[in-house]
Design a protein around this ligand. Structure first.
Ligand code: SAM
Ligand code: SF4
Length: 350
């Protein structure tokens, strides 16, 4: 069936993250930004003062019902610690939009958040956990509060699965960031996810600028390709009782590591995928290279706008993009999100 609402929106809802201080986070490090705030198109910061107001966010959300956007990934910062989050989800679901919440997971231990996610019919919750080894995870994803590390994330996942009971939704999955220091977690985290009763697992390669201070320590490099490939083969061979990205994903990860920039024919960025920053700016995708190359006349915002005007019906063919980067690889499991039907069919399902 051809999706009636084929667009997915990756919505970085809030800049603030009171949850963790992940050392590689796309939003940078608070300590560094206190000394010098980064500037420029697409730059993210947990300290950004420019996030849209709740009124602006909700006004735009109401317009999504009458648009080709069928699925919204709510990310951040940490979306579950933003007070109006449940109101936003209610608006989106009432408009027939599928909702996937991307969270650090600790907030799921709160019944006042966990239970409404089930009641409101959230379609999926992707929880970030990098390792089956608590020490590794908490080294790179240190919690702001003692007690909010690996154990709390795992108990949050279990709380959500318990709150869902025998219901169909939300699907629950684990996203893990793969670096040169945790290649074994390509297999170990999905194994853990299966043991916890999760529905899906996605190992995603770390994306760091070459001049990031942790690039040498964490980035994946071509010399690691034999092990990377072997780990993915081991993962698919394990036939775990959960959904993984399509097998082609392993090759996409490898090719991003082998050739960090390349041509992508017919890319979905700006066609069936769009990215919204916490200040409301709309980009074709979150790729730093693509954002930098976006001409001024294509700088758009959701503030005061209607989704129907911002997101025309996709051609389905995309555009050829010569700005492929490891950022892009992390978009593949979003556009063909493995546990839900192709975008848009949900609204027409019985
Ligand atoms: C920015 S977070 C926002 C949602 C939520 N706070 C969380 O941690 O899941 C979204 C996802 O991006 C991942 N991520 C953050 N920085 C990354 C990087 N430099 N490379 C790859 N993935 C990254 C996180 O681990 C998480 O799975
Ligand atoms: S929890 Fe999410 S938003 Fe917060 S620092 Fe970690 S990756 Fe970034």
């Amino acid at each position: 069936m051809k999706p009636t609402k084929p667009i997915s929106l990756l919505w970085g809802l809030r800049s603030f993250c009171a949850s963790h201080g992940c050392l590689y986070c796309y939003f940078g490090m608070i300590s560094a930004h206190r000394e010098e705030m980064p500037t420029g198109p697409g730059v993210l910061s947990h300290l950004s003062p420019n996030d849209l107001t709740a009124a602006d966010v909700l006004a735009f959300a109401k317009t999504l019902a009458d648009s080709p956007v069928g699925r919204v990934f709510l990310a951040g910062g940490e979306p579950l610690l933003w007070k109006p989050i449940l109101t936003l989800i209610e608006v989106l679901k009432a408009g027939g939009v599928e909702v996937v919440v991307c969270t650090s997971g600790v907030a799921l231990n709160r019944p006042d958040l966990c239970e409404p996610l089930v009641e409101l019919g959230v379609d999926a919750v992707s929880v970030s956990l990098d390792s089956a080894d608590p020490v590794h995870n908490d080294k790179w994803r240190p919690p702001h509060r003692e007690g909010d590390g690996w154990e709390a994330v795992v108990s949050g996942i279990s709380a959500l699965i318990k709150a869902r009971g025998s219901g169909p939704r939300p699907k629950v999955g684990i996203y893990s960031v793969v670096t040169r220091r945790n290649l074994a977690d390509i297999v170990a985290v999905p194994e853990l996810a299966a043991a916890l009763g999760c529905d899906y697992a996605v190992p995603q390669p770390i994306a760091l600028d070459p001049d990031h201070q942790l690039a040498a320590e964490l980035s994946l490099t071509p010399d690691l390709l034999p092990e990377l490939t072997a780990r993915f083969e081991e993962l698919y061979a394990a036939e775990l009782p959960l959904v993984l990205p399509a097998r082609a994903y392993a090759g996409q990860v490898a090719s991003a590591v082998r050739r960090p920039t390349d041509l992508v024919p017919g890319c979905f960025g700006g066609d069936t995928l769009h990215f919204v920053q916490p200040d409301g700016t709309v980009w074709d995708c979150p790729s730093a290279l693509r954002i930098a190359a976006t001409p001024l006349e294509r700088h758009r915002t959701i503030k005061g706008a209607a989704a129907r005007d911002l997101f025309p019906d996709p051609t389905g063919c995309g555009t050829d993009c010569s700005l492929f980067s490891v950022d892009c690889v992390n978009m593949w499991p979003l556009t063909s999100f493995p546990v839900l039907a192709p975008t848009g069919t949900e609204t027409t399902r019985a």
